[in-house]
Ligand binder design. Structure first.
Ligand code: UGA
Length: 440
């Protein structure tokens, strides 16, 4: 099938490449000439395991290319995925839909005949219906544009697998739409090979499924972090508690990892946008609940900053702090709303000498916080440190030799912000080890 994908950020670049992997002919579109040039040259502009190889393979088949010319997209195909970003509005908590409106308006001007736009971006409920009305006004009498919503659930670091083998495919359609058969054809291979559940809903439900999924995941993380606080105050251990909870299949162990909490380009802004939209609709439960989830999440960062500060009797000025990790999670170079970078930045602003190391995210971080020290290896980051904060659970950090690490620091005090280190080995090597919600 011939498909276009408008917006080649994390979601769109991955989607375009994976659709080509499924055998479709794909044209990716973006307004950023730099991004389009990189993709056409086989360079993925962010770190995502497996994606660069998939891009190289697909470019070589001739089934995948990228352009800045939206008119070319209108000519290329009659099925168009919409994958532009929906960041948090610069003022307030709601989603900024300017990229969605900009992309649909630009595409609509060039459409003739019958077309289908399939939205994948995370949007407030009601957006697809608004776009439908907008499209009716923007297109001429010779043109009909159907709109469907097919939310994306991929995780950074697992984006290729999540796109090619999703847990479920959700499709929201307008009354009388024929989009279901087109979308079934697009994902035919996935549906046949994996028996993936395919759920067809109205547009509003599909939009809400995505927001609700991220809200639930965020709530699960903040729930365990709130429990971690109770554990800490009562001498219990949150990791053992989470293991025990996780055996209950109604609860499940995943996303019960207590620690520095959630960050990234999705969960934080999505819960705020979801709460803001619910408030507009007059629904009172969600804004209150997600407000607490957000607050508990941000408190985790503050509690680590406080522990570091307390260890210096309240004044971090000139003290040497090492932060391991700046990405919001491992296997990613994404620093958007990263708890790790927030902690490093805050301690540095308070006067500490902060040195960091991250296997992939030091480039992006140094453009935002050039005042931090950037060390080429984890041990270099630890050299002379008086406190170490493990902030992102990269394999390189979990595998660090605690004896070698102790030998290079000034004071062997580590805060394991992700509860990921082998505690006994670190304590055995002479470290003062502090976990999150644990006895240690
Ligand atoms: C999230 C969702 O998991 C995806 O399903 C969704 O498609 C995506 O947002 C999106 O909306 O695009 P992602 O942002 O890649 O994916 O990251 P997650 O794996 O969900 O992790 C989010 C944050 O939660 C990370 O900072 C991670 O460290 C933290 N986390 C995760 C915890 O603190 N504890 C846990 O137990 C799990």
């Amino acid at each position: 099938m011939k498909l276009t994908v408008t917006g080649t950020g994390y979601l769109g670049a991955t989607h375009a490449i994976c659709m080509a992997e499924l055998g479709h002919e794909v044209l990716g579109v973006d307004i950023s000439a730099e991004r389009i040039a990189a993709l056409n040259e086989g360079r993925v502009p962010f770190h995502e395991p497996g994606l660069a190889d998939a891009l190289t393979r697909s470019l070589a088949t001739g089934r995948l290319s990228f352009t800045t010319d939206i008119a070319a997209a209108a000519d290329f195909a009659d099925t168009h995925f919409l994958t532009v970003g929906t960041p948090q509005h610069s003022e307030g908590r709601s989603a900024d839909l300017s990229q969605v409106h900009g992309a649909v308006t630009a595409l609509a001007r060039h459409l003739h005949g019958r077309h289908l736009i399939i939205g994948k971006s995370t949007v407030p409920v009601g957006t697809a219906a608004d776009l439908r009305r907008m499209l009716n006004q923007l297109t001429g009498p010779d043109t009909t544009v159907d709109i469907a919503w097919n939310p994306e659930f991929l995780r950074e670091g697992h984006a290729v697998r999540d796109t090619l083998h999703p847990d479920r495919i959700v499709l929201g359609v307008a009354p009388g739409s024929t989009a279901e058969s087109t979308v079934r054809d697009i994902y035919a291979r996935t549906l046949a090979d994996d028996g993936t559940p395919f759920l067809v809903t109205d547009l509003e439900t599909a939009e809400l499924v995505k927001g609700a999924a991220n809200a639930f995941l965020a709530t699960k993380i903040s729930f365990i972090n709130a429990i971690a606080e109770v554990c800490e105050r009562s001498g219990a251990d949150v990791t053992q508690l989470a293991d025990a909870l996780g055996h209950d299949t109604r609860i499940g162990r995943r996303f019960l990892g207590a620690g520095l909490g959630f960050g990234g380009g999705c969960l934080p802004k999505d819960i705020r946008a979801f709460a803001s939209r619910a408030e507009q609709l007059g629904a009172t439960g969600i804004p209150g609940l997600l407000g607490h989830v957000d607050e508990i999440n941000l408190r985790q960062r503050r509690s680590v900053i406080d522990t570091v500060t307390d260890s210096f009797d309240g004044d971090v000025t000139g003290r040497r702090v090492s932060v391991l990790g700046v990405a919001f999670k491992p296997d990613s170079d994404d620093i958007r709303d990263s708890p790790a970078l927030a902690i490093a930045g805050s301690l540095s602003r308070s006067g500490a000498q902060v040195t960091v190391h991250d296997p992939e995210a030091m480039g992006p971080a140094s453009r935002i916080l050039p005042e931090l020290g950037y060390a080429p290896t984890p041990l270099d980051a630890l050299r002379g440190a008086e406190v170490v904060v493990l902030a992102t659970e990269w394999r390189d950090f979990i595998d660090l030799d605690p004896v070698a690490a102790r030998d290079v620091v000034d004071r062997p005090f580590i805060i394991d912000g992700r509860n990921c280190l082998p505690v006994e080995a670190w304590i055995g090597a002479g470290w003062d080890y502090r976990g999150m919600g644990r006895r240690f």
